[in-house]
Ligand binder design. Structure first.
Ligand code: GLU
Length: 464
């Protein structure tokens, strides 16, 4: 065990986004690599926007991706007493103050500042106020240091400096008494002994605000690593316009979790020209030093390519389990049909998603094959009757139906009839599967079995 302690801290205000999942993955990988501790913290202080549904969705997505955590989920909503105590500590030490300025007053001053060409920030009216108005709502503001700089060395971006003047006296407790993000994140990371914060770089501007709070509360400051954003192909921030952004939407679209993990990690991290990484390999190879400084561009084609790779190379028994939901979605009932694992083996080579695989499996389980009209017209013509009958006879005589015996049976038919396989194959394919694109006919026949294959061929002949 090392003493590395990292955390993933999602706000449960929606599903787990691609970007959030990548942040979670980077934290997970580093914790596993260094045998540190990975904490899951649910940042649900914004009671109005947080929902149980989102919490469940996030936990489900973490599980789907295989990102196990060592501590948590810890809910901020269970920790309000601690936050209140810490607000009080800052008030007592003169490092925070009550602010009674009203929305209207703040708005008016903001406009004045803008009109005068100054950057709007809290002007400090209540900072030195001696009186304590009773029965008047207030927020608590942090007394930011005046003058000087705050610097940190980002593990990805290098040294970053902000002038303290930029920091503003941020609100740490709202009028309703609830604490705000920048404050609770400090209290939590400090009390959970987090020593490296890996998060999206949309938080870079928050970091100096948080650092001065660590200092005011007497906590050691952790290290920070801000991961660059993910962009769409048009180089704007990844959003729904670019396609699905929820991790679980990809499960529903027939992606394997290992393809998703492999794709996510490559969005910002690289290891030579390697593209394919299993989770254990990633644990071994991942490092923050190889995370790039520029934004990753989401490329759905590459994700699809990786998914096809993982479908091709996955254990068909496992695919059978994962395929189940997609068969249901397609209204396909595999019970009573050919062996599902055998079916899957014939589809792994071509299916790029589990949805494609389910659709490709339809003909195997259909009580009656639905023949595509064009395919029928082109290939299932009356002149094919004798050869289809010869195929039936050859298959009927087989004691065992394997690709090898089926291949031999076809060779005999070719010899008898003097036809080429190119003439016969398409008709057989259309009769068995209903379409012109399917796994190879020897494979299909060996999976369907001789008697079901003959039944389908006979039915095709009867329809001629
Ligand atoms: N809850 C914050 C978010 O979802 C994360 C903050 C952090 O990682 O410090 O953006």
């Amino acid at each position: 065990m090392s003493n590395l302690r990292v955390r993933f801290a999602p706000s449960p205000t929606g599903y787990l986004h691609i970007g959030g999942a990548r942040t979670a993955l980077f934290n997970y990988l580093l914790a596993r690599k260094e045998q540190g501790t990975f904490i899951l913290r649910v940042e649900d202080t914004d009671v109005a926007r947080s929902t149980q549904e989102s919490v469940d969705a996030i936990l489900q997505a973490m599980e789907w991706l295989g990102l196990s955590y060592d501590e948590g989920p810890i809910y901020q909503s269970d920790r309000f007493d601690l936050y209140r105590e810490k607000v009080q500590q800052l008030l007592d030490n003169g490092k925070a103050y009550r602010c009674y300025c009203t929305q209207e007053e703040l708005e008016a001053r903001r406009e004045q500042a803008l009109a005068a060409g100054r950057k709007p920030k809290y002007d400090g009216t209540c900072r030195h106020r001696q009186d304590q108005p009773v029965d008047q709502p207030f927020v608590v503001r942090f007394s930011s240091p005046i003058g000087g700089d705050t610097t940190f060395i980002d593990r990805i971006k290098g040294p970053i400096t902000f002038a303290n003047e930029e920091l503003d006296d941020v609100i740490i407790q709202r009028t309703d008494g609830t604490p705000t993000y920048n404050f609770v994140v400090v209290v939590d990371d400090a009390t959970m002994n987090v020593n490296l914060v890996i998060r999206g770089d949309d938080h870079v501007n928050n970091t100096p605000r948080q650092i001065v709070m660590y200092q005011a509360l007497g906590y050691p400051v952790p290290e920070f690593a801000h991961v660059p954003m993910i962009l769409g192909a048009d180089k704007t921030r990844l959003s729904k316009r670019h396609g699905a952004t929820s991790v679980m939407a990809y499960r529903d679209m027939g992606y394997l979790p290992e393809a998703m993990v492999n794709y996510l990690v490559r969005l910002g991290w690289s290891c030579g020209d390697e593209e394919i990484f299993s989770l254990p390999e990633l644990v071994e190879k991942f490092s923050l030093e190889s995370v790039g400084r520029s934004a990753g561009v989401f490329n759905p084609d590459k994700l699809l390519w990786l998914n096809a790779h993982y479908i091709k190379t996955s254990d068909p028994q496992r695919l059978a389990v994962l395929l189940d939901r997609h068969l249901k979605d397609e209204g396909i009932d595999p019970n009573g049909g050919p062996d599902l694992v055998a079916v899957i083996k014939t589809l792994q080579e071509r299916a790029r998603t589990l949805i494609e695989m389910a659709q490709g499996a339809r003909f195997y389980f259909a009580p009656e094959v639905v023949v595509d009209a064009d395919a029928r017209e082109k290939f299932l013509t009356p002149d094919k009757k004798p050869v289809l009958e010869a195929v039936i006879a050859a298959l009927d005589s087989l004691s065992e139906t394997t690709e090898v015996t089926v291949n031999a049976a076809f060779n005999r038919v070719m010899e008898q009839t003097g036809l080429k396989l190119g003439k016969v194959g398409p008709a057989v394919r259309v009769a068995l599967t209903g379409s012109t694109s399917s796994p190879g006919i020897f494979e299909v026949i060996s999976v369907l079995g001789a008697s079901e294959s003959c039944r389908r061929l006979q039915r095709a002949i009867d329809s001629l």
